[in-house]
Design a binder for this molecule. Structure first.
Ligand SMILES: Nc1ncnc2c1ncn2[C@@H]1O[C@H](COP(=O)(O)OP(=O)(O)OP(=O)(O)O)[C@@H](O)[C@H]1O
Length: 315
């Protein structure tokens, strides 16, 4: 089966300015990343804050230009596609943001917010659009009067439902969910995750689901990709990855989640350290920029705290 989304060798660098805007250094926020999402599949993208998840997602959606690599959607190379040819892809690939409040225009009524995409793409006449908006709002669990209200009249969970409705109205094939439940209470999180699952079942949606919360990722994902320091350090079927994580960083992430790590590792006290193998996951932000520098293997991996320690240079 052709992958719906295929990112290959994707890279992006940024320049960090020095004090008073002087000087500055360039670092790789995303480096040589390969990631695929099949139709109807949920791929969880996990990693600590700043590891490049959102940058990768924005490049996949062509909201940010990559420095290198290719983006294919449904078999077509869209890496350098111009506006007109991106139109269809923009319908098929939608995004749901972390903070529903910040991503909803406070001065627009919900009906208009959800309708906006249909208007931009010139889909349907006014009546058809309004019918469609009412349908998706209801499908997302919002009452009949929701269209006439403003975002501030809704709770956090309801606002995320509006964000999902806004994506769904376009009848997409893939939704990038960028930390969609991290701003919500746990009980509300479950409702939103179940809604996402139901929509996937009903409409055959694929999700690229970004989160730093492994329990959420485990609940939803068929496959998981682990990023660290701008690179993919491990990927695999969710079940295998959670039961038998291969990379020390993944083991560290799992060890930090109660109940998600293995017994053997839980018994190792904080401060226990083991030598590292492979390349340094911090090297893209290290002034040495050296994947196998002399420092790395001796930094150790603190199994008790579930952390990989950055070496002195990269700190
Ligand atoms: N426009 C930008 N200009 C400069 N640096 C940026 C820009 N966008 C992101 N970065 C940096 O790139 C790195 C990766 O950021 P990114 O937001 O992709 O990480 P993330 O894994 O999504 O983190 P979080 O979970 O906190 O959103 C970070 O060091 C961030 O500060």
């Amino acid at each position: 089966m052709t992958d719906l989304l295929e990112l290959d060798g994707l890279s992006k660098s940024f320049t960090q300015r020095g004090p008073w805007g002087r000087g500055g250094s360039t670092f790789w926020a995303v480096q040589d990343v390969r990631l695929t999402v099949a139709p109807g599949e949920t791929v969880g993208l996990v990693g600590e804050s700043g590891c490049g998840k959102s940058t990768l997602a924005r490049m996949a959606l062509r909201l940010m230009e990559p420095d290198g690599g290719t983006i294919r959607f449904d078999g077509s190379d869209i890496t350098r596609a111009k506006r007109a040819s991106l139109q269809r892809v923009r319908r098929d690939m939608q995004i749901v943001f972390q903070d529903p409040y910040a991503s909803l225009n406070p001065r627009m009524r919900v009906g208009r917010i959800v309708e906006e995409g249909l208007k931009i793409h010139g889909l349907g006449d006014r009546d058809e659009r309004q019918r469609r908006v009412a349908e998706v709002l209801e499908r997302c669990g919002l009452g009949g009067d929701a269209a006439g209200k403003f975002p501030h009249q809704f709770s956090g969970g309801q606002r995320q439902r509006i964000g999902i409705a806004r994506a769904l109205v376009m009848e997409p094939r893939l939704i990038v969910c960028d930390e969609p439940v991290s701003a919500l209470d746990v009980s509300i999180q479950a409702q939103i995750l179940n809604l996402l699952k139901d929509l996937q079942r009903d409409y055959g949606l694929a999700y690229l689901f970004i989160s730093h919360d492994l329990r959420v990722v485990r609940y939803l994902s068929d496959r998981v990709v682990v990023m660290y320091g701008g690179r993919v350090v491990e990927e695999g079927p969710a079940e295998r990855l959670f039961e038998r994580p291969a990379h020390p960083y993944t083991r560290g992430l799992l060890a930090a989640v109660p109940g998600a790590h293995r017994e053997r590792e839980r018994r190792i006290p904080a401060g226990a350290v083991r030598e590292q193998e492979g390349e340094c996951p911090f090297y893209s932000r290290c002034p040495e920029a050296e994947p196998a520098c002399a420092e790395w293997p001796f930094q150790g991996y603190d199994l008790g705290r579930g952390q990989v320690a950055a070496c002195r240079r990269a700190r």
